[in-house]
Every structure is written in structure tokens, then in C-alpha cells.
Ligand binder design. Structure first.
Ligand SMILES: [Fe+2]
Length: 255
């Protein structure tokens, strides 16, 4: 039986490029067979533990993004990460209050942003927001909070402006009990990410922008285990007594 296959040039090109660079890498590293076998065992544990997305999002995704976007105009993307969940509650009324528990622990946050295009103002952009809670945990994953706690989606106004009321995210550690943690510590890294808000923008005719917002002065900015920090994604957290305020503007690229 013969089956006609259509060659996917992108797959073939990527594989050939990978092998070319792999050969240089191996010439440089000179692994012995025991090291190779240990790597295979670790990769097997990684797959069985379900941590492949975690590992790749922490240690690879940021390099993919940097390579593609470092010199292009518009807001720099940062990693989507493993904690995005589709179907967050749709918030209709501005200011948009993130779904939260009664007496949600943490400092109250008012965040103001604006979304525009590299070509000018943008109205009614779809925004999705997700973040950790005051325990450093994400709803729908490792937190005991109700599903979609501190997750929401909404639209900017006619001028691209939006205001969110939530809590201030805190730095958190990526999971360390499995093969990803094993690698992290073997390499001598810590497991912390600086506090950040995940945010995703969608607008017709524009490339979807997935990025993060970070806060000046965070102790983990320079050594983020996932390397997701970009200077253009930093904002100041201002103290307003009973709450904190921050703001940042975002620029989307046309498709
Ligand atoms: Fe995160």
C-alpha cells in the first residue's frame, strides 16, 4: 500500500535546521553515553509527569518570542505560560472587577491601560486577564479558590481605555516537585517568577498580543526563572493608602 504524503516544507526546514545546530551543540558539549541515558530518563519522567508544557513554557517560550519580536514595533509579547484558561467570565461594566472571593486576600489594585495599534487608536479590543492570588496560586490549577477566580474578559472603550479592579499579584515559584524542579535546581536556578499580570489582546486585523505586566522594584525581575521580563512591560505600583494603582499602555501589530 502506498500513501501519498504532502511534504510540509516548514516541518522539514525546521527539522533540518535543528539537526544542523544540534550537531554543533553536541560537538561543543561532548556528552558521554551515561549523560545521554540520564537525559533520556529525565525526558521520559518529564513526559509521564505531564510537565512538558510547564517545562517548555518556563525554559523555551521566552526565546521563541524574543527571536521573533525583539526588533519589531509594538508591545513586546511575553509568555502565555501554563496557567491560561479559556472561557473566563465576561465582564460587562467598567471599571471591570475581577471575579474574587469575599474578602479576597491581598492588596487592592486599580489598573488602567490603553490599547492602540501601531497605526493609531483602537476601539473595543477584547482583553483577557489572569493572575495569581495572594498565596501565589492560580484558580483552575493549584488553588482552592473557585474556578475563574481572578480571571476575566472584557472590551476596552471607544478610545482603547480600560480600568480593572483586582488585587496585586505576588511573586510565585513554579512547581518544583517534579522533573522541571529537578532541572531547575540542578542548573542552580531558583524557581521564582516576579509578580505579574497575564494579559491577552485580540482585535480584528491585528496579531493577537499575549503579554505580561511587571512591577518596578520586584526582587525577581533580573532572575525570573522563565525570563519573561521586558523593560517595556514594567510599571510602577503606586501606593494610594487603601489601594495601589498601576498603569501601562499596549500597542498591537497589524496582521
Ligand atoms: Fe504567571
Amino acid at each position: 500500500m502506498t500513501e501519498k504524503t504532502v511534504v510540509n516544507e516548514r516541518v522539514l526546514g525546521a527539522y533540518e535546521g535543528f539537526v544542523k545546530h544540534l550537531k554543533n551543540f553536541l560537538d561543543e558539549q561532548q556528552f558521554n553515553h551515561e549523560e545521554y541515558t540520564k537525559f533520556v530518563e529525565w525526558a521520559d519522567r518529564l513526559g509521564r509527569s505531564g510537565e512538558i508544557p510547564l517545562f517548555l513554557d518556563v525554559f523555551v517560550e521566552t526565546h521563541v518570542l524574543e527571536s521573533k519580536y525583539k526588533d519589531s514595533p509594538g508591545t513586546e509579547p511575553s509568555l502565555l505560560g501554563p496557567y491560561y484558561e479559556e472561557g473566563a467570565p465576561v465582564l460587562e461594566e467598567s471599571p471591570f472587577v475581577m471575579p474574587q472571593r469575599e474578602d479576597e486576600p491581598g492588596d487592592k489594585l486599580t489598573f488602567r491601560g490603553n490599547v492602540s495599534s501601531i497605526n493609531g487608536p483602537l476601539a473595543k479590543t477584547k482583553v483577557e486577564w489572569w493572575q495569581d492570588d495572594a498565596d501565589g496560586l492560580y484558580s483552575n490549577y493549584d488553588s482552592t479558590a473557585p474556578d475563574f477566580n481572578l480571571r476575566g474578559q472584557f472590551h476596552t472603550d471607544e478610545n482603547g481605555d480600560f480600568e480593572v479592579h483586582s488585587i496585586v499579584p505576588i511573586p510565585y515559584q513554579i512547581p518544583t516537585s517534579g522533573p522541571t524542579g529537578e532541572f531547575t535546581f540542578a542548573a542552580g536556578y531558583h524557581a521564582y517568577r516576579p509578580a505579574h499580570i497575564h494579559i491577552k489582546f485580540e482585535h480584528e486585523g491585528h496579531e493577537t498580543l499575549i503579554t505580561q505586566v511587571f512591577f518596578e522594584g520586584d526582587e525577581w525581575l533580573e532572575t525570573d526563572v522563565a525570563g519573561g521580563v521586558r523593560s517595556s512591560l514594567l510599571t510602577k505600583l503606586e501606593d494610594h493608602g487603601d489601594h495601589k494603582e498601576a498603569s501601562l499602555n499596549f500597542v498591537m501589530r497589524t496582521e
